[in-house]
Design a protein around this ligand. Structure first.
Ligand code: ZN
Ligand code: ZN
Length: 149
């Protein structure tokens, strides 16, 4: 387990950050926090995924973010070795011919049991299982993910 990314915080940030820290440790989330009431996959619009949770929280991610946050072993290892956090895009390739890439979007989104979604991305990648716990722990809302100053 890596402890990189820990930063020192000021007193007034403690409350907010402890909630955030809890959100980053899936195990400490309440059942309501990881139970989706409403899941919208905007596949046709090509925008992203929205989830309304049973504890009243709302989360949304765009497809590019989700592709860069793929939780499969290959992508996680690759992110660890390159020091990226989930959702952080890969550095742009230098080869000008490689510059154009179709924006990530899923060709298929499939529920996995009652606990996760699996995406078949338009680049052919499909090994990521995005569990509700994972998605909630990477919620991108301003409460869970305050803008860094
Ligand atoms: Zn992956
Ligand atoms: Zn949130």
């Amino acid at each position: 387990m890596s402890h990189e990314g820990i930063r020192f915080i000021s007193a007034e940030e403690v409350l907010r950050d402890s909630a955030q820290a809890a959100a980053h440790q899936g195990e400490s989330l309440s059942a309501d926090a990881v139970t989706p009431l409403k899941v919208r996959v905007k596949k046709t619009e090509g925008t992203g995924v929205e989830i309304g949770w049973r504890d009243g929280h709302q989360s949304s991610w765009d497809f590019r973010w989700l592709r860069d946050a793929c939780p499969c072993a290959t992508c996680s290892t690759e992110r660890e070795t390159t020091g990226r956090v989930p959702g952080e895009p890969k550095p742009k390739p230098r080869d000008p011919l490689a510059l154009y890439q179709a924006p990530p979007r899923p060709d298929e989104v499939t529920p996995v049991g009652r606990y996760a979604l699996s995406f078949k991305w338009n680049d052919g990648h499909q090994s990521g299982i995005y569990s509700w716990t994972y998605l909630r722990s990477v919620c991108q809302c301003s409460l869970c993910n305050p803008p860094r100053s």
